[in-house]
Design a protein around this ligand. Structure first.
Ligand code: MG
Length: 366
C-alpha cells in the first residue's frame, strides 16, 4: 500500500468566505477584507484580497488607500472573524470524513493535512479522491480549495502551491517521481527554508533543490552544518513524520524577540518602542492566523551586561486585539525598564492562549 498525504488549502480564505458565504453578490468581483478606504484617505491595511483583486495588483498587507487607488471599484468589507472560524471548523469536519482514522492535522485556520492511504484503496486513483474532496468542500462550505497529494507532508504542502486556485497537484508515488518534481524548484520552496537560509545557500551557488539532491552529505556539511541532514532529506522529498491529529491542541505561547546590533542607549527609546510594536503586530497576525486569543503579555529586557528581566501582565478577558497587545507591551516596558542601562535585547510573549470563541466580534480582530 502506498502512503498518500493530502495537504488542503482554502483559496484566498478570508476573501472567499466574504464572497461565497457572507456576500454572494460579491462573487466574481475584486474583494478586499479591510477597513473602508474612504475614497483613498482611509487607514489600515488589506487583510486579504480575492483573486480578482490580486489581478489588479492588490495584496494582503497593502494599505487600503493604495488598494483603493489601484482598484476604486473593489468591494471593501470589514470582515467577520467569527464567520471565518465557523467556516474553518466546517472545513476541518469535511476533511475528517475522508481522513484515515479521522485524523486531521490542522496547519492553520485555512489549511490542513490528512493521510488518505486507506481511503485511496476504494478509489481508482488519489486524484479521483481529491476531486471528490474538493467537491465535498464546495458543497458543504461553499469554499474553493487547492489540494496537493504526495507520499508525505513536506512534498504535499509544496504541491498545493503549484496550482492555485482550485488546483489539484499529484506527486508520486515513487521516490524518483518525487525527486524530479522537486529538482527544478528554488530552495525556498521548502517549508522551513526562509529568506535568510535561501540567501545563505545562494552564496554557495545553490539555487535549486536539484542541486542539493546531487550533493553528498559531506559536501553539504560545510554549508549547512547540523541542518544538513534535514535539508538533504527534504530536498530529496524524504519526510517520515507521522501525521498526528492536532485538532484540539492549543499552543502554550507565541513569542518574538530582537537582539540589537548595537546596544541601545537609554535615550534612544523610540527605536525600542518601534521594535516592540513591530513584534506585537507579528504576534497579532499569528494569533489571527491560528484563531487564538491571549490573556497574558510578557516583556523581556536584556541589558548590555546580560542581566535579563521578564515582567508580565494579565487581562481579565482573552483577546486577539493587536492594539491592546501593543499598549500593554509598551506600558510594561516603560514601567519596568532600568532607565540607566543600555539595552541589548527585547522580547514580547503572549500566553494563556485559547481558541477563539463564538462571541468574538471583528472590531477586536481588525
Ligand atoms: Mg489559503
Amino acid at each position: 500500500m502506498s502512503r498518500w498525504i493530502m495537504h488542503i488549502d482554502l483559496d484566498a480564505f478570508f476573501a472567499s468566505v466574504e464572497q461565497y458565504r457572507n456576500h454572494p453578490e460579491l462573487i466574481g468581483r475584486p474583494v478586499c477584507v479591510g477597513h473602508d478606504p474612504k475614497g483613498g484617505n482611509g487607514r489600515g491595511v488589506v487583510r486579504a484580497a480575492s483573486y480578482e483583486a490580486r489581478a489588479k495588483g492588490i495584496h494582503a498587507g497593502m494599505p487600503v488607500s493604495q488598494a483603493y487607488r489601484l482598484c476604486p471599484n473593489a468591494a471593501f468589507v470589514e470582515g467577520s472573524f467569527e464567520s471565518y472560524v465557523a467556516a474553518s471548523d466546517e472545513f476541518m469536519e469535511v476533511l475528517r470524513d475522508f481522513a484515515d482514522d479521522g485524523r486531521v492535522r490542522r496547519a492553520s485556520i485555512d489549511e490542513a493535512y490528512i493521510e488518505v492511504s486507506q481511503t485511496c484503496l476504494s478509489y481508482d486513483s488519489p486524484r479521483e479522491l481529491a476531486i471528490e474532496i474538493q467537491e465535498s468542500i464546495r458543497m458543504r462550505t461553499s469554499l474553493p480549495c487547492s489540494i496537493g497529494i504526495a507520499p508525505n507532508m513536506s512534498v504535499a504542502k509544496i504541491a498545493t502551491g503549484m496550482n492555485k486556485p482550485r488546483g489539484i497537484t499529484l506527486v508520486g508515488p515513487t521516490q524518483s517521481d518525487v525527486e524530479s518534481f522537486l529538482a527544478p524548484l528554488p530552495v525556498d520552496a521548502l517549508n522551513g527554508v526562509g529568506k535568510k537560509t535561501a540567501d545563505w545557500l545562494h552564496k554557495f551557488g545553490i539555487e535549486t533543490l536539484g542541486q542539493i539532491q546531487t550533493m553528498t552529505l559531506p559536501e553539504l556539511w560545510p554549508v549547512m552544518g547540523r541542518g544538513s541532514v534535514w535539508l538533504h532529506n527534504r530536498a530529496l522529498g524524504i519526510d517520515d513524520r507521522p501525521l498526528i491529529d492536532n485538532g484540539a491542541r492549543v499552543r502554550k505561547s507565541i513569542s518574538k524577540d530582537m537582539t540589537f546590533f548595537e546596544d541601545i542607549r537609554p535615550d534612544a527609546i523610540v527605536y525600542i518602542h518601534e521594535s516592540l510594536k513591530n513584534m506585537c503586530s507579528r504576534i497579532g497576525d499569528k494569533l489571527i492566523k491560528k484563531a487564538l486569543r491571549f490573556r497574558t503579555v510578557t516583556v523581556k529586557i536584556r541589558y548590555n551586561d546580560f542581566t535579563t528581566i521578564q515582567r508580565s501582565r494579565s487581562i481579565p478577558v482573552e483577546t486577539n486585539d493587536t492594539k491592546l497587545l501593543e499598549r500593554l507591551a509598551l506600558e510594561i516596558f516603560d514601567q519596568k525598564r532600568n532607565s540607566l542601562k543600555p539595552i541589548r535585547l527585547v522580547g514580547v510573549k503572549v500566553s494563556g492562549l485559547s481558541d477563539v470563541s463564538e462571541q468574538l466580534c471583528l472590531t477586536e480582530f481588525m
